[in-house]
Design a binder for this molecule. Structure first.
Ligand SMILES: C[S@@+](CC[C@H](N)C(=O)[O-])C[C@H]1O[C@@H](n2cnc3c(N)ncnc32)[C@H](O)[C@@H]1O
Length: 302
């Protein structure tokens, strides 16, 4: 059992706290979806945004933003989430199509609709772990749309501070078979003990041939750039103080830990993928994205 910071999960569902950040990502995906040069399409995203009282009046198209792409939140930050979505879509699909894994675990799944929108090979099972209130909201919206998933989907409504391993294995996860794991936009909200436990547990439950992707922020940059336009515009326009939600404690070297346990890792900046795709955020002064890193890890076949 791991300790975490109460403020992060005090508010139930998507009404506030960290749950509200799931709606921020959903609104960004909705905007990305409707761009002429969209990097990722998520037709469910705008329905989540419209259904939640907290976000019902947020934009879901860049044309609804008076200053358009010049708006740091709905322009550059939303484009960042669009790029992240695309890169991690590609990671997951590559892992299941090229290799053996048929089990996919989305840690802190939030309003991720990948089970409904990506083309999964036959036999895939998508396990989605998040707080009960967030998954309840998600199901209400998806049920209202009569959405059909493209793979078997197993929601696991549980706090990642609780015994989620038992919940996952009771739900059918098989640690003896390869798996793919994703922690997108999650780890910087968790204290070091929770991240260490999570990475340790993913390793323990992963047989050779498994893969993991996650996002971190460099410790030196995590709480920097307080005046970055991304943070100030998110607070001013949505009332979300991201720096207050992030855990302020030291960060573990999770990539180093994984290397020591037989995983090979590669660490990228988001800007690497902006250059690869020809669109997305590029570095700028006083940049809250400066310390973001996307880590890709593969466990060697034993
Ligand atoms: C920024 S959102 C990202 C959601 C999703 N991964 C995405 O990128 O669209 C962070 C998510 O982590 C979840 N989360 C944070 N702390 C958690 C915890 N202790 N247990 C379960 N879920 C948690 C929140 O409920 C929220 O849905």
């Amino acid at each position: 059992m791991v300790d975490t910071v109460r403020r992060n999960t005090d508010v139930e569902g998507v009404a506030g706290g960290i749950g509200l950040t799931a709606l921020l990502v959903a609104a960004s995906r909705a905007i990305e979806t409707h761009r002429h040069d969209s990097l990722a399409r998520d037709i469910y995203a705008e329905h989540f945004v419209r259904a939640a009282p907290a976000s019902a009046d947020w934009p879901v198209r860049i044309q609804q933003v008076p200053d358009g792409d010049a708006n740091p939140l709905w322009g550059r930050f939303a484009r960042y989430f669009g790029l992240r979505t695309r890169v991690l879509d590609d990671f997951l699909l590559q892992a299941v199509h090229a290799g053996a894994p048929r089990q996919v675990v989305l840690l802190g799944a939030g309003l991720d609709a990948r089970a409904f929108r990506l083309d999964w090979p036959a036999g895939c099972v998508i396990f989605e772990i998040d707080m009960p209130g967030v998954l309840d909201f998600k199901h209400d919206v998806l049920d209202g749309l009569s959405a059909t998933s493209k793979a078997a989907r197993v929601p696991i409504p549980i706090d990642l501070r609780a015994d989620w391993v038992t919940a996952l294995t009771d739900a059918g996860f098989d640690p003896a078979a390869p798996s793919v794991w994703l922690a997108e936009g999650l780890l910087f909200y968790l204290p070091i003990t929770a991240e260490t436990y999570l990475i340790d547990t993913v390793d323990r439950l992963s047989t050779g041939g498994s893969a993991l992707a996650y996002e971190v922020k460099l410790e030196k940059d995590l709480l920097e750039y307080r005046e970055s336009p991304l943070y100030t515009s998110t607070e001013q326009q949505l009332g979300i103080d991201l720096l207050n939600l992030f855990d302020g404690g030291p960060r573990p070297d999770s990539a180093g830990d994984l290397e020591g346990r037989g995983w090979s890792t590669s660490v990228h900046t988001p800007f690497d993928f902006t250059r690869r795709h020809g669109r997305g955020p590029l570095p700028e002064p006083n940049d809250a994205l400066e310390g973001n890193r996307w880590v890709f890890a593969n466990k060697s076949p034993s």
